[in-house]
Design a protein around this ligand. Structure first.
Ligand SMILES: [Mn+2]
Length: 438
């Protein structure tokens, strides 16, 4: 059994290096016992697994997306799990990878570091291959996410999203960080019921970290329903009472000078902490920035962000100019599809949205070539669902090889070099996009 697992891992490793092997791997997997693949959704199962891993002193890898929501989620999760006595490593995704979110490379690293449970925040739903590799290596995977549900779910040990298990959440509009917050709240309850904390639950109380959920809610532009309003007002309250980390105190003091409201202050913090990822740098220092108890560290990290922000401004102007010129040639079409050279800065989503609005289009996709594929950043007008549009294209042309994920009006995709032209043709010819309206 042990040998079989090793052979499987090796084949998957090879497949990672060589795409020709990927079909073989797919067939190899489909012959397996399907019972080992079953995912159970719901907070209870996820919280139980996390609680067991903490209690057994086994190592957890918390894996966040590299945007502000994912970074806040990683900070919130790291702090809460550490407070509960868990052993935890933290990692964030990179924009320039063959896969969005958790990738095969991340799983191999985790396996060699002795990780027993991978817990995702704000990503994971589309990480089919990475999750499969983790399970093959005896690593449990708990996915917490808030993106749209894809057609094929990964074979995680447990999956928790407000769409897949709505009964577990007070709202469907939660940010990724807030989803994790509810999972960890349940985890703490389980450990408390088991008397794991002896006398009292750990300090600070969970609500201390609510400001991180508040930043992520604003960062992702989540609809401000009653629950989200409550999260933000709790965050505001904590900041006013100075019940937050020195990092948050410093950032809110810095950015409230330029902001009329608390929400716009959070918005500015969110855009700042995303800067390293835009340059494809590791975002882990941003987790440190949010959690640090040293003002000096906050000052130094914020200075680095200021420099990156200036660099971003210069590059953005240059890229937008090119994008507008290319888009102007397609002004008669319903949909704009533009290709930019691999950007020095990953602002494809921002450019797509700018172009879409500037040319009054319902949909715009910006593609950047990366190795033998294209990474696509799509933005659509409210009322459309990009996920449904991509599903429709898959139905029209099942031969096209592309993967996608995200939200209704902001989504990402990866497509084979040879399929890009055909994909763009179909997309441009979907009749007025009405077939895919919500
Ligand atoms: Mn998110």
């Amino acid at each position: 059994m042990q040998n079989l697992r090793k052979i499987k891992s090796f084949i998957i490793y090879l497949a990672n290096k060589n795409t020709v092997l990927s079909d073989f791997v797919r067939n190899f997997h489909s012959s397996e016992d399907s019972s080992s693949k079953t995912s159970v959704s719901g907070i209870q199962k996820a919280a139980m697994l996390i609680a067991d891993t903490i209690a057994d002193k086994k190592k957890i890898l918390l894996f966040g997306d590299n945007d502000a929501d994912g970074i806040c989620g990683a900070a919130l999760g790291k702090a809460i799990i550490e407070d509960m006595g868990g052993r935890i490593d933290c990692a964030l995704s990179f924009k320039l990878r063959a896969e969005h979110g958790l990738s095969a490379e991340d799983v191999f690293k985790a396996a060699s570091a002795g990780v027993k449970l991978i817990l995702t925040v704000d990503n994971g739903l589309d990480s089919l291959r990475a999750v499969q590799i983790a399970r093959e290596n005896g690593i449990d995977v708990v996915i917490t996410d808030h993106h749209q549900t894809p057609e094929d779910l990964p074979y995680a040990t447990s999956i928790v999203t407000p769409f897949i298990c709505p009964e577990d959440f007070p709202s469907q509009n939660l940010s990724g960080a807030a989803v994790l917050f509810y999972v960890l709240k349940e985890t703490q309850k389980i450990l408390k019921d088991r008397n794991f904390f002896f006398k009292a639950p750990p300090k600070p109380e969970l609500s201390y970290y609510m400001v991180l959920a508040a930043i992520s809610t604003i960062a992702d532009g989540m609809p401000l329903d009653e629950i989200n309003k409550e999260i933000i007002s709790k965050g505001k309250d904590l900041v006013q009472k100075k019940q937050c980390s020195e990092g948050i105190k410093y950032l809110t003091a810095q950015y409230s000078n330029h902001s009329k409201t608390f929400e716009s202050c959070l918005w500015q913090i969110a855009r700042r902490i995303e800067l390293p990822a835009l340059f494809n740098y590791d975002s882990r220092e941003m987790v440190d920035l949010l959690l640090t108890e040293y003002t000096t560290q906050a000052i130094l990290l914020n200075e680095t962000l200021n420099e990156l922000n200036i660099k971003k401004g210069v590059l953005t102007q240059k890229i937008l100019k090119t994008a507008y010129t290319l888009a102007a040639e397609q002004n008669d079409d319903n949909v704009i599809v533009i290709e930019l050279p691999l950007l020095e800065i990953m602002i494809g989503g921002f450019v797509a949205q700018k172009v879409r609005k500037h040319f009054h289009k319902q949909l715009c996709i910006v593609f950047c070539r990366f190795k033998d594929m294209y990474i696509g950043y799509a933005r659509a007008a409210k009322g459309l669902s990009l996920i449904k549009i991509f599903k429709t294209i898959k139905k029209i042309e099942p031969e096209l090889q592309f993967i996608y994920g995200g939200h209704k009006s902001a989504a990402g995709m990866r497509i084979n070099e040879r399929d890009l032209k055909k994909f763009s043709e179909i997309l441009k010819n979907i009749p007025t996009l009405t077939v895919v309206q919500q």
